[in-house]
Design a protein around this ligand. Structure first.
Ligand code: PMP
Length: 419
């Protein structure tokens, strides 16, 4: 009998039967409050009726229309609709299926457009698991482990992770920008650098928001040297941070935006957005794929955008995010094992540390496990996997946030007092 590969280690023992809104129901009928949202994917909640209806209707009309062969209506409509929410000037789109593919598409585009080989990424960044995307990922060595050589031409600059450095935000930012200039002087000249790839907030790397000064520093260097600024909004886009885009918090203009996850409520769909001028520099035939921009995924994405607008989900993410962050901070303040609590909107992380401030993965995992036993599903992240993160769907209610915080308060107290 064939079985799933043991490489698929589950964070929880739950086998899910169905989902509704912020809840998942397992095969024994038990209810779980889902503060993972499929790693930030099911933003409209599980099986939102409007998303389900749109997908069902599309399945009966057309499932697949390969976009280099024929065009289909959902893809055209989605491109138009995304134009309404994307930063102005980013009016040309290319679609694929997963976040990693979007990263690869942007990698190809930025290298082709500039004729330059090198990419600068930021320490702790996560961009995916395909070989090129893994080569650009530094949120943990495990993502590139055992299959080197990875892609060459990737250089890593520091991210202003103030808590980790033990500095204030300004000192961490000054350091990160100075190190970037040092990297330009010692590893890749700006003239050989095609692009910066950055997340508005380290996601897998530990839920660490960037800041305006840092982003402005990148933009300045990009403008000065003709480097393209690629904003990986795969985890942070579509209202997740309480603004439509994560980078909206930092008043910065990206050249390319990467989208996936929250775009289609769980249907596989990703893409890149750039100006027509920049996109026109892609080499003909170098971008494509059999399944990219699937018709059912596009129909689901259109419904997702409607739900985000009609149910004011960006505003809800901001309000519920504040409630969640305040609650998590209150727990953090009375828990020595939690060194830092941070977040943007409905991306909230609590970093577990030992008495001497070292990353404490064991306690983070124990808390996650104890929460799952009480019906609250959570994930960990960070290079040391010592940050417990909360990513509920954007439809989460005030009562559900309270319910989660109650379990959180309880399990953090019992695990950390017992350890
Ligand atoms: N970029 C970011 C910021 C992500 O969070 C992720 C997924 N966690 C990816 C890229 C890769 O997406 P996928 O797993 O769909 O390939």
């Amino acid at each position: 009998m064939a079985q799933l590969s043991p490489i698929l280690k589950q964070a929880t023992p739950v086998v899910v039967e169905h989902g509704e809104g912020a809840y998942l129901y397992d095969t024994s009928g038990r209810r779980h409050l889902d503060f993972t949202a499929g790693i930030g994917v099911t933003s409209t909640g599980h099986c939102h009726p409007r998303v389900v209806a749109a997908a069902q209707e599309q399945v009966g009309k057309l499932i697949h229309g390969q976009y280099t062969t024929v065009m289909h209506r959902p893809l055209l409509e989605l491109s138009e609709r995304l134009g309404e929410v994307l930063p102005s000037g980013l009016d040309s789109l290319f679609f694929s299926n997963s976040g990693s593919e979007a990263v690869e598409a942007a990698l190809r585009l930025t290298r082709q457009a500039t004729g330059r080989p090198n990419i600068v990424v930021f320490q702790g960044g996560f961009h995916g698991r395909t070989v090129a995307a893994a080569s650009m990922t530094t949120s943990g060595t495990r993502f590139g482990a055992g299959f080197s050589p990875l892609m060459s031409g990737v250089h890593v600059a520091p991210f202003p992770y103030a808590y980790h450095y033990g500095w204030d935000e300004k000192t961490a930012t000054d350091f990160a920008l100075r190190e970037l200039d040092y990297l330009f002087a010692t590893q890749t000249s700006p003239q050989e650098t095609a692009a910066f790839f950055i997340e508005p907030m380290l996601g897998e790397g530990g839920y660490v928001p960037a800041n305006s000064e840092f982003m402005a520093g990148l933009r300045r260097r990009a403008d000065e040297h003709g480097i393209l600024l690629v904003m990986d909004e795969i985890q942070t886009g579509f209202g997740r941070t309480g603004r439509f885009w994560g980078h909206d918090h930092f008043d910065v203009r990206p050249d390319v935006v990467l989208i996936a996850k929250g775009l289609a409520s769980g249907f596989p769909l990703s893409g890149i957005a750039a100006s027509k001028d920049l996109m026109g520099k892609a080499w003909p035939g170098s971008q494509g794929g059999t399944y990219g921009g699937n018709a059912v995924s596009c129909a689901a994405a259109l419904a997702t955008l409607d739900v985000i607008r009609d149910e004011n989900l960006v505003e809800n993410a901001a309000a519920r995010g504040r409630q969640l962050l305040d609650g998590a901070r209150a727990v953090g303040e009375k828990t020595p094992a939690i060194g830092d609590v941070r977040g943007l909107g409905l991306l909230v992380g609590s970093e577990f540390v030992t008495a001497d401030g070292a990353p404490d993965n064991a306690t983070a995992q124990a808390v996650q496990k104890a929460a799952a036993a009480k019906g609250l599903l959570l994930l960990t992240c960070g290079a040391f996997m010592n940050v417990v993160r909360m990513i509920p769907p954007l439809v989460v209610t005030s009562e559900q946030v309270d319910e989660a915080l109650e379990i959180w308060t309880d399990v953090v107290a019992s695990v950390t007092n017992g350890s």
